[in-house]
Structures are given as C-alpha cells and as structure tokens.
Ligand binder design. Structure first.
Ligand SMILES: *[C@@H]1O[C@H](CO)[C@@H](O)[C@H](O)[C@H]1NC(C)=O
Ligand SMILES: *[C@@H]1O[C@H](CO)[C@@H](O)[C@H](O)[C@H]1NC(C)=O
Ligand SMILES: *[C@@H]1O[C@H](CO)[C@@H](O)[C@H](O)[C@H]1NC(C)=O
Length: 488
C-alpha cells in the first residue's frame, strides 16, 4: 500500500537482506509475556453511522500492550477475517529478528482462519510505540493499538515518574470500507480525503486526573495520511520522549505529530479545577478537521467551555522550526544504563549518499507513487525469503538509482543493497504537494536537518551533528527536503 503520502522504504528490505540472519529469542533472564489475539470484523458507529471495523479481541482500537524493556513477547494471533492479515510493531527494532517485523518484505501475511505466533523483544527500548496492520488498507478499518514500553525498575528515566499515564491514538478516519479503498487505489485513483479525526477510535473521550498532579500523555498518529497538531487548552506540555529518544525537556503549547510518529509529554494539572479541551486538528490538509476530548480535573464541577484552542493549520515553516527544537538529551539514558549521548554519530563518516525523490506519476493511466522514478510492486514471495532461499527473479537490485534522474517512471520490485553496519547519508527530496512520512522499519536514524529547496553538499554545514534525535519516522514537508539521515 502506498497512498496518501505514506511511503515505506523498500530499501530496508535490501539492508536486511544482507545483514540479518534467522535468530531465535534467547534471553532466559527477561520475563515472558503471553498474549492470544483474535482478529475479527465488527460493526461500530465510529463517526456517525455504522460501518465495518477490524477488532482485536473484540476491541477497537486493539488491546494496549504495556510491556517492559526486553520483555519476551509471545503473541499468538488468529486471523478470522476473510483476507490475509499482518501486524507490524511500529518502531520496534527487531534486532536480528526481522522475521517478526510484520511487513511484506519480511513476512507472509497470516491467511484467513489460521494463526501465527509473533516472538520479539523490545530490546533496549523505552517509550511510546504502536502496532498496526501493514497490508490491504486494513489500518483504515482499525486493527491498530498502543505499544507502551516502560523502563525496567532499576533503570531511571530522566524525569519524575508521572502520577498517571494516558494513551492517545489519534488518526484520520474514512467512512469508506477498507476494501473499497483498496479497490480505489488498485484501479489507480487518487486517495480520498479523510472524513474525521478520532482519538482512541472515538469522537468523544475524556481523561481525568487530580489537580496538582502530573500525567504522561502518550500521543501517536495512527492515521493513514494526515499530519495532526495536538494541544490541551490552558496547559503546557513538557516533551520528554519521542520514538524512544529522551529529548531536551522543552515546553510546548502544541505539537505536530505526523503519520506513524509518537511522542510522550508530561502535563501538570496546575490550572483552576475545571474541564479543559484536548484538541487534535489536521495539518496541511485541504479540508480542515478537528476532534476534541476532555481533560477532567477530578475536583471539577465546570464543564469545558470557550472556543477550541486554535492551532497551526497550513504553516509549514512553523512545523519545520518546531521539528528542529526536538533534540537529544545527551546526559539522559535510554533503556540502557549507559548514556546514549556517548554515541557520537556526528563523527562517523557516511560511506555514501542516497538522494530519494518521491513522485506521484501516472503509469499506464493509473495514479502510482514512485521513488527515483521507480514505483514499487510487491512480490508474492517476501524479499527476505527470496534472499534466504536464493530464489532468483523475485526482486531487482539495479532498478532504483541512488539519486533522482529525469525520465518516465516505471514499476519494479526494487531493492537497494547495503552492507552490515554501513552508515549512509539519506536525503529526502519532496517536490510534491503532499507531506510525506518516511519510516525505516526495524531501524532508527538521526535526523540531521530539515530545509527548503534543493539539497547540495554545502547543506551539510548546517547539519546538527551533535544532539539530534534518533527516530523511526520522519516527515518531509511539501517542497522541502529532509537533509540526511544516518542509518545504523
Ligand atoms: C495454529 O497454527 C498452527 C500452524 O502454524 C496449527 O498447527 C495449529 O493447529 C493452529 N492452532 C489453532 C488452534 O488453530
Ligand atoms: C473545529 O471544527 C469546527 C467544525 O468544522 C470549526 O467550526 C472550528 O472552527 C474548528 N476549530 C478549530 C480550533 O480548528
Ligand atoms: C537531561 O536529563 C537529565 C537526567 O539525566 C535531567 O536531569 C535533565 O533535566 C535533562 N535536561 C534537559 C534540558 O531536559
């Protein structure tokens, strides 16, 4: 699925092909957590009228996974849909374990009426993550959920433990059935605009806390195509974590969160005892949508009031400027006791540069999405299996160039090769009208810069080579470039 501004980096398949081998979960010291999940269809009135949704154990969103760093997760999933189904664990690094990543390059979808057991450890990770279906537009019908990874008891986090914890899965929503959306994309139509924004699968929700206490809000964008801005009336948010990186703890009135991204903020209920609006609204969208929820002080007798607090809508420089303020706390640990800041990424010389330009060409009369003029077609055989069993003819390694060139676009099952431990500089050039979210499945990277216009080697002088975040998903605003990311 490649639609509505969401790009999957198929390059990763190539990276995985050469560097990973099958490995089992072996760490007898870490606790095991067992889950049994059943995926079914259900009918819910999500935004006004009844529609078909995808439930996990009868729930939409799916069950919240609350785990601790390095837990062994053994999750048996039964697919009771009439279509193959596949879940991906968004942001989980799956070190030497990419067979559990749950994307088409690495896994076969789980056929209807069968089961598959996922086995993975969130190795050395702490933070707010999500899971979601990675194929067949299933995400448009639900099947997603929260994956919160807590630090081990002996490992301190660089902020006071909050008095409570709220998880907010926010995303665009389509009233159209996911199979109709599939067909629409397959026949080469442009992806439609969403009908609504949801918080935790609802258009109304409420979170309640005690005056004077501090709560963590774990916010993720689980939508298909729309960036959001998030804010809480009358309250400031202290950013503490983003996709597993502990950040400099700056205060924000509102935060942009793009498709696939997550952030954890601390909010102190330091206002007068009332109810306050929690608001999410769409960014850069042709049709402005918003949704609200309620922050209820337990001693409040006053319902929410006043206009919804306004947020940015089309301002793209605002977004880029804010993104530049997300920085690593170099003295804070992550899940491991050793400071991550001791890892001087800025001193590593990348072995090469790959410039990737996204485009939305028409090929044989159909709307497709391409990277450096190659529009990816999925192979029936997962790429890693083709590699592992030496099956020729499944994918091609020379179709996609490492920088944009002029000419017509074509389709291919394209893979770029990389070497184990190679350190690569990536430039994402977005000359299209829609914002793009780039996700490195099973990896993270340093976002060393964002900017406007064309990248050149001189741009490197403005890189943040000291304290930028590592993340798994990054936005590239329209007509802008994301300068260089280093893959590790
Ligand atoms: C789960 O799948 C395995 C094959 O992977 C099969 O042997 C087993 O019978 C299935 N279990 C159930 C309860 O369907
Ligand atoms: C939220 O949406 C409503 C209805 O479309 C609109 O009237 C209102 O101005 C929006 N408010 C904000 C803050 O975006
Ligand atoms: C960085 O983390 C340390 C804990 O190691 C914390 O005390 C400090 O406040 C953090 N600094 C900033 C600027 O967020």
């Amino acid at each position: 699925m490649e639609g509505g501004g969401v790009h999957w980096v198929h390059l990763i398949c190539g990276v995985l092909l050469v560097c990973l081998s099958i490995s089992s979960l072996v760490n007898a010291e870490d606790p095991y957590r067992f889950y049994t999940w059943t995926v079914t269809y259900g009918t819910l009135s999500v935004s006004g009228s009844p529609q078909q949704v995808i439930l996990i154990n009868g729930k939409f969103p799916g069950p919240q996974l609350d785990v601790v760093t390095n837990d062994n997760i053994i999750l048996n999933l039964y697919n009771k849909l009439d279509e193959p189904f596949l879940l991906t664990w968004n942001g989980i690094k799956q070190r030497k374990n990419s067979w559990q990543d749950g994307v088409l390059g690495t896994n076969c979808p789980i056929p209807p009426n069968s089961n598959y057991t996922y086995k993975f450890q969130p190795k050395d990770q702490v933070g707010t993550f999500t899971y979601f279906p990675s194929t067949l537009m299933h995400k448009a019908a639900g099947g997603y959920g929260a994956l919160n990874i807590y630090a081990r008891p002996r490992i301190p986090v660089p902020y006071p433990y909050p008095d409570g914890d709220f998880t907010l899965l926010i995303g665009d929503w389509y009233k159209t059935n996911h199979k109709v959306l599939q067909q629409s994309l397959d026949t080469g139509k442009v992806f439609p605009l969403p009908d609504a924004l949801l918080i935790n699968g609802q258009t109304y929700s409420s979170f309640s806390g005690d005056q004077g206490k501090t709560y963590m809000f774990r916010i993720s964008n689980v939508g298909l195509s729309t960036s959001i801005n998030f804010r809480i009336q009358g309250h400031k948010m202290k950013l503490v974590e983003m996709e597993g990186s502990h950040t400099l703890q700056n205060f924000y009135d509102s935060l942009d969160i793009h498709v696939g991204q997550s952030a954890s903020v601390l909010v102190t209920l330091d206002q007068s005892p009332k109810d306050y609006y929690i608001v999410a609204s769409t960014r850069f969208s042709k049709r402005l949508l918003n949704t609200s929820s309620v922050l209820h002080y337990t001693n409040s007798h006053t319902p929410v009031s006043g206009p919804l607090p306004a947020g940015p809508t089309l301002e793209k420089f605002w977004s880029m400027r804010q993104a530049r303020t997300f920085r690593w706390n170099l003295t804070a640990n992550a899940a491991r006791p050793n400071p991550q800041g001791s890892y001087h990424y800025g001193r590593i010389i990348p072995s090469r540069t790959i410039v990737l330009a996204n485009s939305a060409p028409f090929i044989n009369g159909k709307q497709r999405y391409a990277v450096n003029r190659v529009s990816y077609v999925n192979a029936d055989t997962p790429l890693k299996l083709a590699d592992y069993f030496n099956i020729p003819g499944v994918y091609s390694v020379n179709t996609i160039q490492s920088e944009p060139t002029e000419g017509p676009a074509s389709v291919a099952t394209s893979v770029m090769l990389a070497t184990h431990h190679e350190f690569i500089e990536f430039v994402f050039q977005n000359n299209e009208k829609e914002i793009q979210s780039w996700h490195f499945s099973g990896y993270d990277f340093w976002v060393v810069g964002y900017g406007n216009g064309m990248w050149s080697t001189a741009t490197r002088r403005s890189y943040n080579l000291r304290d930028t975040l590592t993340r798994h998903t990054v936005q590239v605003t329209t007509k802008m470039v994301l300068w260089a990311k280093h893959l590790r």
